[in-house]
Design a protein around this ligand. Structure first.
Ligand SMILES: [Zn+2]
Length: 366
């Protein structure tokens, strides 16, 4: 059955009540089509996540890797699939390291190039030139991963098989091999499937309950360690450096594509205990990282406070959008692009990104 017919069938045969509420860029999955909202009281940790997500159009999945406990905010939308954007780089990194296409101690090229009649380049328009895998993960360089696609001599099927094994779905195969490897072009994934994948990545080599929900595909623990180091650098010097928590060091990966932002994180970095996945519509990856930080801070309180104390904590939580700061990575990119387009210095100071909602600026970052 083609994906299109899979999308249409639930509409023909009736959809769960919750589905009518779905909006935004998500596509249906079997899991979403089968979803029925749970009855009864909302678990306290989920209530906290719901509060934090107020004011956003988004979903979040929090998993305790030690117990397998999971809290999901977003209902059916957390089970729908969205463009994977740069979170796909985690899979390309694993594939490339595992197949010897990426030297963990070497560098690869990030430079614009032509492929199949297309001009393909990194979000950093001139390219990052020589870049190593850890930094490429940290700043979400596209070029290194495009190069892995060029180096892969077979067709993309092995990487696609890996993606399907961890719960990603192909929604549009009209892409080029470099773009598939670079940012998962055409591949979709739900926040819940991301949580399963992230659990397996964070706990590879262990048997923690929160890491054994998908086939054991991350068997190359050396490759996984390199990816974890790159994800840690994302919080130290990369696209989520504003989101780290001093007493809960995080490792993560942002993803931004047009009007969607992802953040996948596990913590603590050295000995992962918890994962958090945030997907936001009409926001950026680094904004999703700020939301994930607030959820993990609430989780710390959930584990340390009495139920009565935590009930008060929930009441104190407010949903708020996170403004892109002047120093933000995205603004720098916007400014560079503006100058590159030959605009005057005065004009370059004007926001060139399209305002789509109050306090929200959208531009493709990585
Ligand atoms: Zn680059």
């Amino acid at each position: 059955m083609s994906l299109k017919s899979f999308l249409i069938l639930p509409i023909l045969f009736g959809i769960p009540a919750g589905l009518a509420m779905a909006e935004g860029p998500g596509i249906m999955t079997q899991e979403a089509a089968a979803y029925l909202p749970p009855r009864g009281e909302t678990p306290a940790m989920q209530a906290a996540m719901d509060r934090i997500l107020r004011g956003h159009n988004g979903e979040a999945v929090l998993t305790d890797l030690r117990t397998g406990e999971r809290w999901i905010s977003g209902g059916v939308k957390a089970r729908m699939a969205y463009n994977a954007a740069s979170t796909f780089k985690l899979l390309t990194a694993y594939y490339g390291l595992n197949h010897g296409l990426i030297d963990p101690d070497g560098t690869l090229q990030c430079k614009p190039f032509r492929y199949g009649g297309k001009y393909i380049r990194c979000w950093h328009s001139g390219g990052h030139n020589e870049i190593d895998i850890r930094r490429a993960l940290a700043i979400s360089c596209n070029g290194l991963f495009y190069t892995v696609g060029l180096l892969a001599d077979s067709e993309a099927t092995q990487l696609e098989r890996l993606a399907q094994a961890v719960g990603y779905v192909p929604a549009d195969t009209r892409t080029t091999k470099p773009e598939l490897f670079g940012h998962g072009d055409g591949w979709y994934v739900s926040p819940l499937a991301q949580a399963r994948m992230l659990g397996a990545l964070a706990t590879a080599g262990t048997n923690l309950p929160g890491g054994v929900e998908i086939p054991p595909v991350f068997t190359d623990v050396g490759a996984v360690q390199v990816i974890r180091e790159g994800m840690r650098r994302c919080l130290i010097e990369g696209s989520a450096k504003h989101a780290d928590i001093a007493d809960l060091p995080m490792a993560g990966k942002t993803g931004t594509l047009g009007k969607q932002g992802w953040f996948l994180t596990f913590a603590p970095y050295e000995k992962p205990e918890v994962t958090c996945v945030v997907h936001l519509d009409h926001e950026w990856g680094h904004q999703a990282a700020s939301v994930a930080k607030r959820i993990l801070q609430a989780y710390q309180k959930y584990r340390s406070q009495s139920p009565e104390q935590f009930a008060k904590t929930i009441q104190s939580l407010e949903g708020r959008r996170v403004l892109a700061s002047r120093r933000s990575h995205g603004r720098k990119v916007a400014s560079r692009k503006s100058r590159a387009a030959g605009k005057s210095r005065t004009k370059a100071k004007q926001p060139i990104a399209q305002k789509v909602a109050k306090n929200t600026v959208v531009i493709r970052v990585d």
